[in-house]
Design a protein around this ligand. Structure first.
Ligand code: GLP
Length: 241
């Protein structure tokens, strides 16, 4: 694994966006695995800047997001669909049909999960997957537990995760109780994984994930097994690495 600890957020965002842009330069039809949460927001801002300067194009790229809440209307301000549109998609030249997010309102969720994995496979797999990390070690919405699932699946969100995400909603009661997430197997098949973490509240979980034992109680710990894992943190989140 390659660990980069940056002294400022600005540098981290630039480096992460630069890596994504480099992937697109090498392979114009690259498949990007995208994440939500507050961590990648600055990276998406940098990517938009690069696009506006004419330094990168997404017109032949495909994107697959990691997860989506179940039962939240697609146009809800906190749906990951809205998040991705407002933060990234509406500012760049990515064709709408090339941007994929699990459908959290699918009539038959199980079918949606199978369809999503098939689409990723048909696209040739993910070239570079961006990941944030939850305080409990979740990646995407793969929550800690005695076992982990490989494929895209329906998940019951842990109370801790709902509490952490309640800051984006009016109250915790408004935070959905379920989500669709790609599984650990799908994530681990990505050719490169870029794990991002910011802030001192992520220091302990980053240490546990990257220096602790590989354990389904900390899903991110499985990333230690990935042959092309790049970690980018600020000095606070990387303090214990
Ligand atoms: C959410 C997302 C994850 C994200 C995590 C951390 O629940 N499903 O993909 O990595 O929480 O979020 P943040 O970056 O806001 O700390």
């Amino acid at each position: 694994m390659n660990v980069h600890i940056f002294s400022s957020n600005e540098e981290l965002n630039e480096a992460a966006a630069g890596l994504l842009a480099a992937t697109l330069h090498t392979k114009a039809n690259a498949v990007l695995g995208l994440a939500t949460g507050s961590t990648p927001v600055g990276v998406y801002e940098k990517l938009v800047e690069l696009y506006k300067k004419g330094s990168v194009s997404f017109k032949s790229a495909k994107t697959f997001n990691l997860d989506e809440y179940v039962g939240l209307p697609r146009d809800h301000s906190e749906s990951y669909y809205t998040f991705m549109n407002t933060r990234l998609f509406q500012h760049i030249d990515l064709p709408a049909e090339n941007a994929h997010i699990p459908n959290g309102n699918a009539e038959i969720v199980q079918e949606e999960c199978v369809r999503y994995d098939q689409m990723i496979e048909q696209a040739g797999g993910i070239d570079i997957q961006i990941l944030g990390i939850g305080h409990n070690g979740h990646i995407g919405f793969n929550e800690p537990g005695p076992t982990l699932q490989s494929a895209t699946h329906l998940v019951d969100l842990h109370e801790e995760t709902r509490k952490a995400n309640a800051r984006f909603f009016d109250s915790i009661d408004d935070v959905p109780v379920q989500a669709i997430t790609v599984g650990l197997g799908t994530i681990m098949k990505s050719k490169t994984i870029l794990l991002l973490a910011k802030g001192s509240d992520k220091a302990e979980i980053m240490h546990r994930a990257l220096r602790g034992p590989i354990d389904p109680q900390c899903p991110a710990s499985f990333l230690q097994l990935h042959p092309q894992l790049i970690v980018m943190t600020d000095s606070e989140a990387g303090r214990l690495l």
